[in-house]
Design a protein around this ligand. Structure first.
Ligand SMILES: Nc1ncnc2c1ncn2[C@@H]1O[C@H](COP(=O)(O)OP(=O)(O)O)[C@@H](O)[C@H]1O
Ligand SMILES: [Mg+2]
Length: 257
């Protein structure tokens, strides 16, 4: 199971849209077995996949009440099916922020490797685990980064992109002590045809020093409509330009895995 985190310290730059689209394309178009993990207390990805229940069970239980840490849940018991044949999910719930605090207050060695340990149980059952993250480097996201081998970092024009990427690079660098194989790959989202947008794309691909997907995801109102409809974009708009872009991006992703 290849574990991929979609993460950036910026909000509103397409993290959730990217995570949902990648998960949907891998699962429903490539027929891969996909586990989605929602690491954002806002639960947007859980909503997209029809699994958000504020008081339901999910990632909080996986981190706090797993048998590995003396609790009563196995990972498989916290995974829910979705309306998509190849996509399962561990949703976020209303307790995820409290989980962050609870883990932070624990002075135990395993507080940051709980997710990694819990996912081992199902590593043969899925090809990919796609994790949506919030923009804070909280204990939940640290657990995700210590489990993952790749961080996909969406970059948007006007999002203080240089600082955001360097902050993320520093955060990932800190994780490499425990997870040496973790790497970052940036993807430009919401690309427009104006000069500024093209300049940022050029900077990102030629002189930022970051590994970058060749595909840039274009901006379109369709993406916002898909979010409003709480559906994965490539399902909501099969032929739309943003869905096509995410397909090229996933092609790149699958090729290098
Ligand atoms: N390519 C795009 N073109 C236009 N709007 C987009 C695009 N990607 C995402 N959006 C919209 O931008 C907003 C923020 O995206 P989202 O994926 O929720 O970001 P994040 O998870 O980083 O906060 C949403 O309303 C979403 O529909
Ligand atoms: Mg989000």
């Amino acid at each position: 199971m290849k574990i991929i985190a979609v993460m950036s310290p910026k909000g509103g730059i397409g993290k959730t849209t990217t995570a949902d689209s990648v998960a949907y394309i891998l699962g429903e178009e490539y027929g891969k077995r996909v586990l989605v993990l929602d690491g954002d207390p806002q639960g947007d990805t859980s909503k997209t996949f029809g699994a958000y229940e504020p008081e339901g069970i999910g990632l909080s239980e996986l981190l706090e009440r797993h048998v590995n840490v003396g609790g009563d849940y196995r990972t498989s018991e916290l995974i829910q099916t979705t309306r998509y044949e190849h996509i399962d999910i561990v949703p976020a719930n209303g307790y995820l922020m409290r989980t962050d605090m609870n883990l932070m207050l624990k002075q135990e060695e395993n507080q940051v490797t709980r997710l990694r340990d819990a996912l081992e149980e199902v590593s043969g059952a899925y090809d990919y685990c796609i994790c949506d993250c919030g923009r804070l480097l909280d204990m939940v996201v640290i657990n995700i980064l210590l489990s993952a081998s790749l961080v996909i970092a969406p970059v948007k024009v006007g999002g203080y992109e240089n600082e955001a990427l360097h902050n993320l690079e520093e955060q990932v660098e800190d994780m490499r002590g425990i997870n040496p194989d973790l790497r970052i790959k940036a993807i430009m989202t919401m690309r427009q045809k104006n000069k500024t947008s093209l300049e940022v794309e050029e900077w990102l691909k030629t002189s930022s020093g970051f590994d970058v997907f060749t595909t840039a995801v274009r901006r379109s109102i369709i993406a916002e409509k898909a979010s409003m409809a709480m559906k994965p974009l490539p399902e909501f708009s099969r032929r739309g330009i943003v869905s096509q872009d995410y397909r090229s991006m996933v092609e790149e992703l699958v090729r290098e895995v």
